[in-house]
Design a protein around this ligand. Structure first.
Ligand code: NDP
Length: 257
């Protein structure tokens, strides 16, 4: 039996164990995936070793620490500076980031050019690497420094002059456990007028998505991103080629879709 977990704080809401355990069973892989409520980010890789894990996912707020303490970081995670997947290779703990490619996969059927990303945290950084032309809009100034350094077009609510965007993405946690919108209502209504798609990384219908639906946009919540980042992690966990469509169907089923 090979052991896996998700490190997070909080972590009790995580649906990753459900998705991965169901998919392990489906392909006949002897794996067991649990949740681990980790408080101290600095312990993330040490705990991984001590628990004798083969692989793990890492969620809020430990992704930067996983990046810092992994023995080696591969792929896009090196640019993002955050790791959401750990895997044991010999004596080494290797870090990857599957969030950003998972998100891109989740919107692969959309036809868009211009993009507005609301929020400037870890998820926004990752998405902006995949979509360098996207405009970043954040509530406050502080987190925009990273984007300015990378010469990205970015604004606070105060400095923003709305234009037309095909795709609007909420990467903030507004609406996760409250009824708030991620952006000033008036600005949001203005950008929705011209948009085609609204996507939220939170996996439920948030006030942001409800409003987008009322405005006639095509909406998508974060469950597809969750599944696609999960498939990419799953591939590294099992270390063999998988039928992605079969695993995706299985993970969506586990989530109740
Ligand atoms: P961070 O803490 O790194 O960033 C938070 C950002 O949200 C900041 O820009 C902050 O603005 C903004 N923000 C927070 N609350 C509000 C609010 N009420 N109104 C407006 N702006 C707000 O978060 P992450 O990027 O790590 O995660 C964000 C969300 O993405 C979480 O809900 C997480 O669960 C989700 N997520 C989902 C995934 C999936 O698979 N579906 C994968 C990864 C993340 P300011 O700078 O002004 O404070």
């Amino acid at each position: 039996m090979k052991y896996f977990t998700i490190f997070g704080n909080p972590v009790s809401h995580s649906k990753s164990p459900l998705m991965h355990n169901y998919a392990f069973k489906k392909i006949g892989f002897e794996g067991c995936y649990s949740r681990y409520h980790l408080i101290d980010s600095d312990q993330v890789v040490e705990k991984f070793r001590r628990l004798g894990l083969r692989g793990a996912n890492v969620t809020v707020p430990h992704k930067e620490a996983a990046f810092k303490y992994a023995d080696e970081v591969r792929g896009i995670a090196r640019e993002i500076g955050a790791v959401n997947t750990l895997i044991k290779e010999g004596n080494k703990v290797i870090g990857y980031n599957t969030d950003a490619p998972g998100f891109m996969e989740s919107i692969s059927t959309f036809d868009y050019e211009s993009v507005l990303i609301i929020g400037a945290g870890g998820t926004a950084k990752a998405l902006s690497l995949m979509m360098p032309h996207a405009v970043i809009l954040n509530r406050s100034e502080g987190r925009l420094a990273y984007f300015k350094e990378k010469a990205r077009e970015c604004y606070t609510w105060g400095s923003f002059i709305p234009k037309s965007y095909d795709l609007i993405i909420n990467t903030t946690s507004a609406g996760l456990s409250d009824e708030s919108l991620p952006l000033d209502r008036e600005i949001l209504e203005t950008v929705f007028k011209e948009a085609k798609y609204a996507v939220d990384v939170i996996y439920k219908e948030t006030p942001f998505l409800k409003k987008a639906k009322e405005s006639g946009l095509i909406i998508k919540d974060g469950s597809a991103m969750l599944v696609y980042q999960g498939i990419l992690a799953f591939e590294t966990f099992v270390g063999q080629e998988i039928d992605r469509k079969e695993v995706a169907d299985c993970m969506f089923e586990a989530l109740g879709f």
